[in-house]
Design a protein around this ligand. Structure first.
Ligand code: HEM
Length: 197
């Protein structure tokens, strides 16, 4: 299950080493976009398998992520997840998001809208940004064997950049949602007190 992500030359922006003020998305170049689109055609053929492998790996390497999922938090035998209908369905939802992201690479403002919605929904799921960086790494490990000798360090860098781009926006939108909830609950408190008196 080991899979070392090679050095990419991209500034590391995992949640741990990202400055809390640093929310600017990574820069996707025309070369990144071309490489991602070409490889997606191959990945697409194994979309369900990649989705499952990605999540089983995520839960193996970061069990704290599994605890966020109501459906999977009590699963002890991770091997059994390889044949789980629920994990297959969840993996397909996430892969379908990646497919939509690939389709929007030429309209980044549309990709941004999509990623902002996802950040908001992850606030509702109670899935905090500190975990988002793990998903791209597991995606890369899951697709590498599918692409076999088509895999290159440039391609790895391109996918890393796409995940950094999407997760930076998700994080920003998650935090915005969190702030607006904190604000509205602090506004509600004095009202509640005044009616109670
Ligand atoms: C690159 C990072 C991620 C992407 C692209 C992603 C994508 C998605 C998508 C497309 C869905 C389907 C529902 C929706 O569209 O709102 C979803 C649901 C969900 N995600 Fe994520 N996700 C990411 C990271 C994470 C992480 C790290 C966790 C947990 C630590 C997480 C927890 C959840 C949960 C709990 C749900 C709801 C599951 C349910 O339907 O019961 N996500 N995610």
């Amino acid at each position: 299950m080991g899979c070392a992500i090679s050095g990419s030359g991209v500034t590391p922006r995992s949640p741990e080493n990202r400055n809390s003020e640093d929310i600017s998305p990574a820069r996707l170049t025309p070369d990144h976009i071309r490489l991602i689109k070409e490889s997606w055609r191959v990945i697409q053929e194994d979309i369900a398998k990649v989705g499952i492998i990605m999540f089983v790996r995520l839960f193996e390497t970061h069990p704290e992520c599994k605890d966020v999922f109501f459906l999977f938090r009590d699963v002890k035998d991770l091997e059994s997840l390889h044949t789980s209908r629920e994990l297959r369905a969840h993996g397909l939802r996430v892969m379908s998001f990646i497919e939509k992201s690939v389709a929007r690479l030429d309209q980044l403002e549309q990709l941004e809208t999509l990623a902002r919605e996802l950040g908001k929904s992850h606030f509702r799921y109670n899935a905090p940004p500190k975990y988002y960086g793990y998903v791209g790494a597991e995606f890369i490990c899951a697709v590498r064997p599918v692409l076999k000798d088509r895999w290159t360090s440039e391609l790895e860098q391109a996918w890393q950049t796409l995940f950094q781009y999407v997760t930076a926006i998700m994080k920003d939108s998650y935090l915005e949602e969190e702030r607006s909830h904190t604000l509205s609950s602090s506004r509600e408190r004095p009202d509640t007190r005044s009616t109670a008196v």
